[in-house]
Write a protein that binds this ligand. Structure first.
Ligand SMILES: *[C@@H]1O[C@H](CO)[C@@H](O)[C@H](O)[C@H]1NC(C)=O
Ligand SMILES: *[C@@H]1O[C@H](CO)[C@@H](O)[C@H](O)[C@H]1NC(C)=O
Ligand SMILES: *[C@@H]1O[C@H](CO)[C@@H](O)[C@H](O)[C@H]1NC(C)=O
Length: 365
């Protein structure tokens, strides 16, 4: 990632942390930890001074060596969310700071964390998955005493098939356990029907995120044998790249299931005629319909799409038509100057020409 993106990320996280610190209640108190992504070396601050809720602080005190993984998990999740949604009306960003103050006047990102929409579902899933991924990486790297590579596979394999398990297989079990422990707020400690269904939804989506990591485990092999004959293979299980996991979750987001806001013994689909179709643990669930994210809503912290760059020729979500919600777009010409037609001159320097090019940039009205 480039510096600007990192800085943006740090700001975003600081913003989330600050905002969430203002609302340290219920599910939102669970989200302060994202602010950790903005601390360079969170270990130096100590668990007590980090933006964690009391349960997480407790866990942190018992396992301070997990802090780098927690930070990395937050970073992974936020970065993947922004990457997957970069072309959409909701682009996983908070509203920019306004003249009213660095944090604006109202709860900026608060909305997506508590609104019970598809976007809420994605955020929870991708963050829970990020934590599994980073903790598991750390286990495999041998950085942890209580977890390591998957040892259950040792000595296994298929001699007739010409392969055996070897190397270090990623073991997601510890990462899954930790992600649950760290993120899943118990349901019983809430009041009101609505918050109860939202909490059940969030817990389900946390788990869906973790399941995505487990589901995308794959097997890598290396060949041995005379000059690459591959007579013998060593294989190990490995997690997919987090980008791949993000893609799967984006897919789940697009096919997410609306559930009834009346929670009976378990969650049910909202559509009565579809209630027979089971809900799987890797499905993403939401309660409330999303707003269209077209126009700014300061109260909800929705920035709107005005000023967003769009693609004039695309039919997709990034096309000016959809992204600008039919309001049209402005076009300005941007001049690029770069070194070009570089030649190596004997001896020894490189001579280039300066080339100018013009590109049209379109932004939503
Ligand atoms: C493991 O620990 C080393 C040294 O502290 C660190 O540089 C590395 O990034 C860690 N790796 C993972 C995957 O956590
Ligand atoms: C509910 O939460 C409060 C404060 O967060 C805590 O003191 C209480 O013990 C909790 N109750 C249960 C049943 O977990
Ligand atoms: C705009 O969209 C078209 C069609 O989808 C695509 O080929 C093109 O690369 C896009 N341009 C930019 C600048 O992303």
């Amino acid at each position: 990632m480039d510096r600007a993106a990192l800085l943006g990320l740090a700001r975003l996280c600081a913003l989330w942390a600050a905002l969430l610190a203002l609302f340290p209640c219920g599910a939102q108190g669970n989200w302060m930890w994202l602010g950790i992504a903005s601390f360079g070396v969170p270990e130096k601050l100590g668990c007590a001074n980090l933006p964690l809720n009391s349960r997480q602080k407790e866990l942190c005190k018992r396992k301070p060596y997990l802090l780098p993984s927690i930070r990395e998990g937050a970073r992974l999740g936020i970065q993947e969310c922004r990457s997957q949604f970069r072309h959409e009306r909701w682009n996983c960003m908070v509203a920019p700071a306004t003249a009213a103050g660095p944090l604006g006047a109202g709860p900026l990102f608060g909305y997506e964390l508590s609104s019970g929409t598809k976007e809420t579902a994605f955020i929870y899933a991708v963050m829970a998955a990020g934590l599994v991924h980073s903790v598991t990486r750390s286990c495999s790297a041998g950085n942890m005493t209580e977890c390591s590579c998957d040892t259950t596979l040792q000595n296994g394999g298929s001699a007739s098939g010409g392969w055996h398990w070897g190397g270090c297989s990623d073991d997601v079990q510890y990462g899954m356990w930790f992600s649950r422990k760290f993120l899943d707020l118990p349901i019983r400690n809430t009041t009101g029907k609505e918050s109860k269904v939202l909490l059940a939804m969030n817990l389900h989506n946390n788990e869906a995120g973790r399941q995505a990591v487990a589901k995308l485990m794959s097997v890598d092999c290396r060949c041995h044998g005379v000059s690459g004959s591959c007579a013998v293979k060593t294989c190990w299980k490995t997690m997919s790249s987090f980008e791949k996991i993000g893609h799967l979750l984006k897919d789940k987001y697009e096919n997410s299931i609306q559930i009834s806001d009346k929670i009976k013994r378990k969650m049910r689909r909202r559509e009565k005629d579809q209630r027979k179709i089971p809900i799987h643990k890797d499905d993403l669930l939401y309660v409330n319909k999303s707003p269209n994210y077209c126009v700014e809503d300061k109260k909800l912290g929705i920035p709107g799409t005005q000023g967003r760059e769009c693609n004039r020729t695309s039919e997709g979500a990034d096309g000016c038509n959809l992204l600008c919600c039919g309001r049209g777009y402005n076009t300005h010409v941007v001049r690029h100057v770069e070194r070009c037609e570089c030649k190596f001159i004997w001896c020894c320097y490189v001579r280039c020409r300066r080339c100018e090019s013009m590109t049209d940039v379109h932004t939503c009205k």
